[in-house]
Design a protein around this ligand. Structure first.
Ligand code: ATP
Length: 361
């Protein structure tokens, strides 16, 4: 197994810079997820690592080898695609072993044994003789993953492998991928636009925005301490509330809005103190003031919409022109038009500057 080291990697397509000078290290045996919105450059990054796309500049290393100029089959990688990329006229087993002769020194018997071993790992021996048209989406993707396993690559590259599956199967396959990763312990780079997938699968998650990496951290770290406003809003559902405020108060700083004034209790956390900034708080870090004891600062907001989510109630509130989402207890008796009293968990507040960088959290 090998680590992946990416330095100053750039890809330009005519006038589009799809990947803009990124550095990224995937450690040996790590499961790293590259996540970001559509068009941010995830697939292009993965395809450059796989050797399916020329790089414009930068350096790619897999293990101790510089692979910039190596053919895909010389890179010791295996890739799994969103659309499975199986040959329709071949059975599962034939798909799994296709092309193996050219990338390995194994005999036909050894290759057949490896296909059977991979099928056992994935619990799909019964699918080996079927063609793709006789398989469900989830089964096809298992065969495609099997094809990657058979190659015993140093590095697995997966490009949105679960996107074509229905929601229930996605959850199941997520668990299976984690189990598989535990068994194989292979260096894995996984691309998705789905932040839930990123959070549940990644040892670490790299958030990509407009060709640049915003932050690379373990999932909980990204959630609790987003370095940028973009990460704060991208990771978490419903998204973090972000509201423009003024920063006042000298040694005892406050975030002041037309509808609230909240103290920021740890002034030493500020890395800068502009006059105006953006205040961030997650929906679950706001609560209905009736439900909490003590003399906390509270403020009022008008309810515009309520959404029962089953395990909680999502309340949309208006604060003048700004909107705030609050995750309250399920079955809370709140209706549109009500005025409710809210308080925030003051240890879980974030402030971002105009450039979108976190300056307090
Ligand atoms: P998605 O989640 O929609 O697949 P992505 O994050 O994987 O998006 P890329 O496919 O890497 O994004 O594309 C990044 C940018 O590069 C986009 O602006 C895209 O339009 C552009 N791009 C990708 N491939 C090409 C190409 N072959 N020619 C020109 N532009 C391209």
């Amino acid at each position: 197994m090998s680590d992946i080291n990416i330095r100053d990697l750039t890809k330009e397509f005519d006038d589009v810079t799809a990947v803009d000078n990124i550095d990224l290290d995937v450690k040996n045996g790590e499961f790293l997820v590259l996540v970001g919105p559509s068009g941010c450059g995830k697939s292009t990054t993965l395809r450059m690592i796989a050797g399916l796309e020329d790089i414009t500049s930068g350096e790619l290393r897999i293990g101790d080898r510089r692979v910039n100029d190596l053919e895909p089959k010389e890179r010791s990688i295996a890739m799994v695609f969103q659309n499975y990329a199986l040959y329709p006229h071949m059975t599962g087993a034939e798909n799994m072993k296709f092309g193996m002769k050219s990338v390995s020194d194994y005999t036909s018997e050894e290759i057949d044994q490896r296909v059977r071993d991979a099928a056992d790992i994935l619990d799909i021996p019964e699918l080996l003789e079927r063609r793709p048209s006789e398989l469900s989406g989830g089964e096809r993707q298992r065969v495609a993953i099997g094809r990657a396993i058979v190659r015993e690559p140093d590095v697995f590259l997966l490009d949105e492998p679960l996107s074509n599956l229905d929601a229930k199967l996605r959850v199941q396959m997520r668990a299976e991928l984690l189990q598989l990763h535990r068994e194989l312990d292979a260096t894995t780079l996984y691309v998705t636009h789905d932040q839930t997938e990123a959070m549940t699968l990644g040892d670490r998650v790299a958030v990509l925005n407009d060709g640049e990496i915003e932050q690379v951290d373990p999932p909980q770290m990204l959630y609790d301490f987003p370095d940028t406003r973009f990460v704060a809003e991208f990771i978490g559902s419903p998204a973090m509330n972000i509201v423009p405020v003024e920063l006042t108060g000298g040694d005892e700083p406050y975030a002041r809005h037309e509808h609230f004034e909240l103290s920021l209790p740890n002034p030493e956390l500020f890395t800068e103190r502009p006059d105006s900034a953006y205040f961030g708080v997650r929906p679950e870090d706001i609560s209905l003031a009736d439900n909490v004891a003590g003399e906390a600062e509270t403020f009022e907001a008008e309810v515009s919409v309520t959404e029962p989510l089953g395990e909680s109630l999502l309340i949309h509130c208006l604060l003048g022109d700004d909107e705030l989402h609050v995750k309250a207890e399920a079955r809370s008796e709140i209706d549109p038009g009500d005025t409710i009293e809210l308080q925030v968990d003051e240890e879980r507040l974030h402030v971002f500057n105009d450039a979108g960088d976190a300056i307090y959290h």
